[in-house]
Ligand binder design. Structure first.
Ligand code: HH2
Length: 302
């Protein structure tokens, strides 16, 4: 397999935290901290603020480059998750999020991302010290673009199709990789038009969101093709159900599958991976990368 190695890395600048380097082939790790009762991977485990805070600090100590706090599960409905996640009112999302974010902010110098689809939540989170908005709906809320542009913060725009509650029952692609790439570029263009700076936009193919298990594999394998469009790419395969479809592994036993996905996404030039298991992924990627460098089988990108 050809491994993409970027000569140049570039800095991603945040409102509160220190910058991070974005380098294709050496992905930063975005550690997942779920403050939800119903996320597929760890729902309910960190609902209590003290436990969530402890978990966040643990992921930071394990070497997470950024943390992703999510207070609303976004499990897609219409497929393996039945009706999918319940939509949470903004007040409830903020009541789960702010007590953790406010206590965490002064304890960490790494950037804190907030995984939300709601402009009202993003606004309050940014005021409380969040550095990045991770929006799985890619500005589905018409106010979100203005909030992100005014804050001058980076944003992850993730690909999905259709409503969260039904998206797994209406999958329809003719040319998966081209369509996902085109639709991601269209969401980047919308963000630019709303005043978000080009250098603050990251794109994500949205594994599991309106895609079948084989389509998710195809998209991971096509990371290089998507990254070649020139936007920094984030990939979130960690513990997802399509890995279980292939292996039969239960959600808590999907670390080996998640690492295989991480290696291929990193090979394709992803600059960031959204992961639950930070220490293991860091260790795995360090050795993977050293071996790739040793083998010298890589293609340099100017
Ligand atoms: N996947 C989930 C949530 N947020 N954000 C990005 N950028 N990319 C992803 O692939 C992505 C995401 C999955 O959501 P959920 O069901 O809430 O579970 P968990 O947060 O444990 O992954």
């Amino acid at each position: 397999m050809t491994v993409v190695v970027e000569n140049r890395s570039r800095q991603l600048i945040f409102p509160h935290a220190r910058p991070i380097e974005l380098t294709a082939g050496r992905p930063a790790l975005l550690g997942v901290v779920n403050l939800t009762p119903d996320s597929f991977s760890d729902g309910g485990r960190f609902l209590e603020p003290d436990r969530a805070l402890e978990h966040a600090l643990q992921l930071a100590a394990e070497g997470a480059d950024l943390l992703d706090l999510g207070a609303e599960s976004t499990r897609p409905g219409g497929g393996v998750y039945g009706q999918g996640a319940h939509e949470v009112p903004a007040g409830e999302e903020l009541a789960r999020l702010l007590p953790v974010l406010e206590r965490l902010r002064p304890l960490l110098s790494i950037p804190i991302s907030v995984d939300t689809r709601k402009a009202e939540v993003a606004r309050a989170a940014l005021a409380a010290g969040a550095d990045l908005i991770n929006d799985v709906s890619a500005f589905g809320d018409p106010e979100m673009g203005a909030v992100v542009a005014a804050a001058g913060c980076p944003v992850i725009l993730m690909h999905s199709r259709g409503a969260l509650a039904t998206m797994q029952s209406a999958i329809n692609f003719r040319d998966l990789v081209t369509e996902v790439g085109d639709e991601l570029e269209a969401s980047a263009a919308r963000a630019l038009a709303l005043g978000v700076a080009r250098e603050r936009i990251l794109l994500d193919p949205g594994l599991g969101f309106g895609k079948s298990a084989p389509q998710n594999l195809r998209l991971i394998a096509a990371t290089g093709k998507l990254a070649a469009r020139g936007w920094p790419l984030v990939v979130g395969a960690s513990r997802k159900s399509f890995l279980g479809t292939l292996t039969g592994a239960a959600v808590e036993a999907r670390l080996p599958s998640s690492l295989a996905a991480a290696a291929v996404a990193a090979s394709g030039g992803a600059v960031m991976l959204r992961v639950h298991d930070v220490a293991a992924t860091r260790q795995f990627l360090t050795v993977w990368r050293a071996l790739v460098d040793e083998a010298g089988e890589h293609e340099e990108r100017p």
